[in-house]
Design a protein around this ligand. Sequence first.
Ligand code: NG6
Ligand code: CA
Length: 519
Amino acid sequence: MMNKRSLNLLPCVAVLCSCSLPAYAGQSSKKEKKTKPNVIIILADDLGYGDLECYGTTRVHTPNVNRLASEGIRFTNVHATASTSTPSRYALLTGEYAWRKKGTGVAAGNAGMIIRPEQYTIADMFKSADYTTGAIGKWHLGLGDKTGTQDWNGTISPALKDIGFDYSYIMAATADRVPCIYIENGKVADYDSTAPIEVSYQKPFEGEPTGRKNPELLYNLKPSHGHDMAIVNGISRIGYMKGGGKALWKDENIADTITSHAIRFIEENKERPFFLYFATNDVHVPRFPHERFRGKNPMGLRGDAIVQFDWSVGEIMKTLDRLGLTENTLIILSSDNGPVLDDGYLDRAYELNGTHRAAGPLRGGKYSKFDGGTRIPFIVYSSALKHRGVSEALISQVDLYASFAHMLGIETREDSAVDSQDRYAALIGEDPAGRSELMTEDLSCGKMLRCGSWVYLSPSEGAPYMPFTRIETGLSKDPQLYNMDYDIGQQNNIAWDYADQVEKMEKRLQEILTSESTR
Ligand code: NG6
Ligand code: CA
């Protein structure tokens, strides 16, 4: 394989000649440093289409996100590419649908690095435009060369610096998976040499308590399904770990810790353009927000986690305001997949949910093939916006790579970001339509194709309902076709009435699945 360092991104000569470019493209490099906008992607975890006040909920207040929405553009038809985290994030960062690559299902905490060093990422693209790049928060895309071979007590390699991030401060996977430590630039942060770290997804460590054997030690949260292995901070997790000592995180401080690192990154890079991928732990399980966010909404811990997320957004905004960077920073706020109430802990999310509709009017949620799985909140905030308000443009998160490349006057190589379409005009409110089609996938890799108002769910094996999470998966042996113009809740399968349309969409789906690019 060609070394990616030899695949330098080229200035987009054709674009420079043929269409209008943003003010910051094609200027002298000294000037560029001042005028290129900073870009921050704030990516929430499992935050649903209906979970924010500006998307319709009245059960929890999210004033900081409201500010972004009211001064920016709130999109109503933007999609993550998958209804779980790993494939969704893979696509966002590489500009390539995750089904093109094996091993992109929900990753264990000791998975090897899924995006390989020779691949180009959105971070590489920003770096080639002289940006400083950072990734802070949830990672969930593997680390190190191979599953289970990481040296948690030394340097983990490859790591994020090998895929374009100058700085990283991350959680290896999710808060419900070991190891429960932060990794800063490839090394465990606040490493405690008196407590060497061992991680296994195969077997428990002798003498270490587990949630299954020692439920009396679960003083913070108990599992409702799964999550009964290693115990850290009075919460049992997926996978086994030993050691960690003072490096172990406390769940109630995760938002504070990662937000303060994001703030520091912004402060340290205030003089030069930066790209920050800020991936919050909220509102994924285990939901255990800081005490100061508790009890201010009727929905219990899940609602508190939404409040905590909103606080993190507010802190980022305050920092930009304080440093005079707000004007020259473009913010995207979104989520990696749809919502779930009970995702494995007894946090009473289901019982206290009341009238709140985490997926808004959409059917299904996290894991599912219905729109609730992948249609997510998406807000763009920037001084470059041509219009403000609401946009119905159809965009996929996979498009961010090519769209920002366009913004910077850079052409992506033929062999990278093969599914990323330049939708910059839609992102800044110039184009109200966006894509003509897009594809998404569910937990079991079942595919959905959307063309205009038609949504086609290809037939797949599996249960239509996940009993623990109480989510409709959208799986069915029969083809499903919905017209979103009058059936946003996907209640009426009209596949039998429009057999021609089904045939056309199945054919198109197969074409995409055997294509090398959809760019
Ligand atoms: C599931 C976990 C769930 C969550 C999910 C990944 C169990 C029973 N459930 O397997 O809690 O971790 O994986 O979520 O273990 S995601 O948002 O990171 O994709
Ligand atoms: Ca997620």
